[in-house]
Design a protein around this ligand. Structure first.
Ligand SMILES: Nc1ncnc2c1ncn2[C@@H]1O[C@H](COP(=O)(O)OP(=O)(O)OP(=O)(O)O)[C@@H](O)[C@H]1O
Length: 311
């Protein structure tokens, strides 16, 4: 697969010595969806803005279809890019259609109404919403319109900063399908998120932590590598006794107490789970639930930091 986007050794220091991005290298192939997953402040937006050609890097190389975004042919590289920042670039007094027309003219392309209507329908934006002023849109509607604005010129590389923020689960599902379809048409789609569900639906996930890439791979590979266990939640009459017994049990990877609930990571199949359940029964089991690990668990195992918390 061709490399649509290549980033080598990207770093950014903000004034005051804040190192927001610290030596990041990654590749996004044409035809694939890549998620940059990390909590607030991990450097995702900074990295994306540098790749989009809107924030000057302290160092690093950003290649779009082989053209250096920050080099002499930067204008050509930027023509191949679509960028959706976190703050929507819209005029509140103009309608959706009028804002899109403005974006198309800035990009020097004709507004393809058919493309807009198709995307609006797929995203669940609604045809009549496009005729209304953007000032009256909800946050989710603005995100959808911003995505449409970013693809009007049919870019080779699509960079989306938290396209899923403010979307309900149904809209998130639609978004994931649209991103996949855009990638299938040959683009590299790269988006930032701190929502595990969104990342789990990408082809490639890059874990970002404190400005660095900690791990990357297909979602299933990352889960398998970093958290190949089931998570069992237990409430029991004698949590201390249960904890002590579980810590001695084979197949138990770790035991954590969270608000009176024991969270047990169990490696192995049904036998290991059954042994945990039997131990719990001996200590006054009140509630037990088990779930398979997800990408959030892999992120926590790889970085030591949960996705939801700032640090
Ligand atoms: N303009 C700026 N000046 C100084 N520091 C900044 C600036 N923009 C971001 N930072 C800092 O750089 C670090 C990375 O921020 P960045 O916004 O890139 O992270 P992020 O992972 O995208 O987080 P979020 O999900 O909140 O957007 C943070 O410590 C942030 O406070």
């Amino acid at each position: 697969m061709d490399k649509c986007l290549e980033i080598r050794g990207a770093s950014k220091q903000y004034p005051g010595g804040i190192v927001a991005v610290d030596g990041v290298s990654l590749t996004a192939s044409c035809g694939t969806v890549t998620a940059l997953l990390g909590p607030n402040g991990s450097g995702k937006s900074t990295l994306l803005a540098m790749a989009a050609g809107v924030l000057r890097p302290s160092s690093g190389v950003f290649l779009v279809a082989g053209l250096e975004v920050w080099g002499p042919r930067g204008r050509d590289a930027r023509r191949l890019l679509g960028y959706m920042p976190q703050a929507e670039p819209f005029h509140p007094l103009l309608t959706g259609w009028e804002n899109l027309a403005l974006h198309a003219s800035m990009r020097g392309v004709r507004l393809d109404r058919g493309l807009v209507l198709e995307l609006a329908e797929e995203l669940g934006l609604g045809r009549e919403a496009l005729g209304r002023r953007v000032g009256g849109y909800s946050g989710g509607m603005k995100r959808k319109l911003a995505l449409i604005a970013a693809v009007l010129h049919q870019p080779r590389v699509l960079l989306l900063d938290e396209p899923d923020s403010g979307l309900d689960p149904g809209s998130r599902r639609r978004l994931a399908e649209v991103l996949r379809r855009l990638a299938r048409s040959g683009a590299a789609v790269v988006f930032t998120t701190h929502i595990g569900w969104s990342a789990a639906h990408a082809d490639q996930v890059v874990f970002m932590h404190r400005g660095r890439v900690v791990a990357e791979g297909a979602p299933g590979e990352l889960v398998e590598k970093y958290s190949p266990w089931h998570l069992v939640e237990l409430e029991a009459a004698d949590p201390e006794g249960l904890r002590a017994e579980l810590e001695r049990l084979g197949g138990v990877e770790r035991v954590e107490a969270r608000d009176g609930v024991l969270v047990v990571a169990v490696r192995g199949g049904p036998d290991a789970l059954a042994a945990v359940a039997r131990a719990a029964a001996r200590h006054g089991l009140r509630r037990l639930s088990a779930r398979e690990p997800g990408i959030e668990d892999a992120f926590l195992a790889a970085t030591g930091q949960p996705l939801g918390e700032e640090r």
